[in-house]
Every structure is written in C-alpha cells, then in structure tokens.
Design a protein around this ligand. Structure first.
Ligand SMILES: CC(=O)N[C@@H](CCC[C@H](N)C(=O)O)C(=O)O
Length: 389
C-alpha cells in the first residue's frame, strides 16, 4: 500500500533513482572493498558537477552541497556495502558478483542519497543551509562510521545534525518507523574455537570431539539469555556460523563458532560476555580440551535525539509515521549520534509481493519507495528551515 505524497520533482526523478538502484544492485561489494560502487557514485556526482572528497575511511565519499546562507550543515548518510549472500531473485538486474548481494537494501540507500543530490543540484537556489552526503563503507561490519568520526570528518565539514534511514520489510511500503531515544541495539561479536583431538569416528573414546563440544555450547549458551539476564531486559545471543568437520567417519579436531550479542545496556552485554567465558571454561574442564574465545565490542545503540525526532515526525505526513518498539538490529550510524544529534528511521518496504526479510537471498522491494526516501529527506530539510518550500 503506497500512501506517501510525492512532489512533482521527485516523481520525475523516480525512473532515474530506479536505474541507479539497479545498477548498484548488480555490483555488490563487501566491507571496505566497495571500489566499483565508489567509482559509480563518483561518476554520478561528476555528472552533477558536484565536488567530493573520496577514499574516506578506505572507500567512502563525502559531498558538500553549499546552501545560499550556510548557517548550519545537515548530514545524510548511506551505507555502501553488501553481504555474502548468493542472490536467488530472478530479475534482470541480479547481482553479477557471485556469492555477494545487496540483501540489506544498501543499494537503495545509496540511490536515495544520489536522488537527493540531484534534486538539490536542480533546486540549488532553494537550499539555504549546507548539506553533506556521506557514502559510508562497511556498515555490516567491521564498521566504517567509527573511522569517519575518529578521523574528524564530522568536525571538518562542521556537520550539526545527521539523518539516516534503512529499508525495512516489516513496515509496509509507504510508512516510516521511528522512535525517540534508543531504537536499535548495541552489538558485539564473539568467535569460539574448540581445539579437540581428531580421530576415527568409530573410536570416539580416543578423541576429543569438537563437534560434540560445539553442540553443547550452541544449546547451552542460549540459557544465558533465558536464565542469567532479567527477563525484562532485551538480549539476543545468536551463533550464525559453525564450521567443523570434513567427512562423516572422522571426528573433527577443530570447530569454530561465530556469534553476535545484542542488548541495550552495557551491564547486560558484560554479563553475557562473563557467562560465555564461564561456560567455555566449564566445557574445557569437562572435555579436557582447549577453547579459545575472542570478543569484539561493536556498535553502540542507535539513539535518536528527542528534539530532532519530534522535528522529523512533524516534517512527515502524520498518517505514514509509526512509532516503533526498539529492535535488536544494529547500525553503526550510532557512532555519528555519539558526536552530534541525529535521527535514524526505517522506510517501509514490505508488501504482499515483497515480504522476504533483510539478509534473505530473495530480499527485494518496489523501487517506488526510494522516491519516498528522497521525499522524507527533503521534508526534513524543509522542517529544519534549510530548504525553501
Ligand atoms: C541493519 C543490520 O542488519 N545491521 C547489522 C550490523 C552488524 C554489525 C556486526 N557485524 C555485528 O554483528 O555486530 C546487524 O546484524 O544488525
């Protein structure tokens, strides 16, 4: 169901935005390898005669569009990276990079930002304040936002406030989800390697079976969320990758598990890490094996500035705004918000036709929503008095 109002200019841009999205969709690249993507973006910016700063945090690009008065500077960010997913959509703009896919909508986020750039170039005389567009690498990890912030780019460009969005199939197309304060969880990664002793599958008593130890870990660690954390505190512990073994009758000497921890409170995050450590030590004793464990604290929680969120809500048609509950996805947009006030929101992409979740090999969306993304950003600029009506 499409509900949003689109200005005439954006309606005219729709086809171009769709083409950009499809061209980017075909060339997905992983974190910090977004070379072709960066070339594509630069090519488009060149056509718009916009100057930019490239190789930001590796492959990132920053564009400054100066307003007539330039009293403040408003930032917008799109993420550039894709995922290690083999695309299963049978579309003529299918990924041509085997095993890689824009399964998280970053192709659309970039198309929206380029659409915004085009609109602002076409309507330059209406832009009062400065706009900075950040094309950021590696959102899916290890994270491109932190290097951009720590290398001082927010200060270099004097960015006062920042906005970002994410396509979201759990929200219907034409709607937008947002909330004030904490909206997306903090995250941390962990890697566990079980060093057992390989041997014959028929003589397990002479081995230390890393697969059996893994199985106990995979199920046992789930009890941390259900038994060590206050049930009213949100927490997720997911092991998304398990690698072990070669053949059915050989006991695997080594197994590797990779997981993610999501929560909204540092104390919850710390308790999960402590309990994983205890559990690993216990299994080392029980099975007489060595288990190595590595944690990496990743992104802080996405926390929307109260005032700017209410400005955002007022700037959009009231019928399209949904105030959502916090969710356990993570986003390194949070690093910008640690420095300057910002708002991150979800742009609905779900419909009867497009219902596959983010990170699914069939994730896709009606590209009309990309026009809504541009319109939402323009509405923000108008609300913030940065753009004439
Ligand atoms: C929007 C989204 O899907 N974000 C990712 C961010 C992952 C960061 C990192 N790899 C981690 O797992 O901590 C997500 O999985 O939520």
């Amino acid at each position: 169901m499409i509900l949003l109002y689109l200005s005439k200019d954006i309606q005219l841009l729709q086809d171009e935005i769709r083409i950009i999205r499809r061209e980017l969709h075909q060339i997905p690249e992983l974190a910090f390898e977004e070379y072709k993507t960066a070339e594509y973006i630069k090519g488009y910016l060149n056509k718009l005669k916009l100057t930019y700063h490239d190789k930001i945090a590796g492959t990132g690009i920053i564009v400054l569009i100066q307003g007539t008065e330039g009293k403040k500077t408003i930032g917008f960010r799109a993420d550039m990276d894709a995922l290690t997913v083999e695309e299963e959509n049978e579309v003529d703009y299918k990924s041509i990079h085997k095993g890689k896919m824009h399964a998280c909508g970053h192709d659309g986020h970039q198309a929206i930002l380029l659409g915004l750039a085009k609109y602002l170039v076409m309507n330059k005389e209406k832009l009062r304040d400065n706009v900075v567009l950040i094309f950021q690498p590696a959102e899916e990890g290890p994270g491109g936002a932190l290097p951009i912030v720590s290398q001082g780019y927010l200060k270099k460009y004097s960015i006062d406030e920042i906005y970002g969005l994410h396509l979201f199939p759990e929200i219907p197309e034409g709607k937008m989800g947002v909330r004030q304060g904490p909206m997306m969880s903090q995250t941390g990664e962990f890697d566990i390697t079980i060093h057992g002793k390989g041997g014959h599958g028929a003589m397990p008593h002479n081995t230390i079976d890393s697969v059996v130890v893994s199985a106990q870990l995979i199920t046992g660690l789930q009890a941390i969320a259900s038994r060590s954390i206050n049930p009213i505190e949100p927490v997720v512990l997911t092991i998304g990758k398990v690698v072990a073994g070669e053949i059915r009758n050989v006991i695997a000497s080594e197994a590797r598990l990779e997981g993610t921890i999501r929560s909204f409170k540092q104390e919850v995050h710390d308790t999960v890490k402590e309990r994983i450590t205890d559990y690993v030590k216990g299994l080392e004793n029980i099975h007489n094996c060595k288990i190595t464990l590595e944690f990496r604290d990743m992104y802080p929680a996405v926390t929307n500035d109260s005032f700017l969120t209410s400005e955002f809500i007022q700037s959009q048609e009231s019928s399209v705004i949904q105030i959502i509950d916090p969710i356990m996805l993570a986003e390194d947009f949070s690093y910008y918000q640690k420095e300057i006030p910002g708002v991150f929101f979800f742009l609905g992409s779900g419909s009867d036709h497009y219902y596959y979740p983010l990170h699914n090999s069939r994730f896709n969306y009606n590209e009309k929503i990309l026009g809504y993304g541009v319109q939402a950003y323009l509405n923000i600029l108008k609300q913030r008095d940065a753009l004439e009506n």
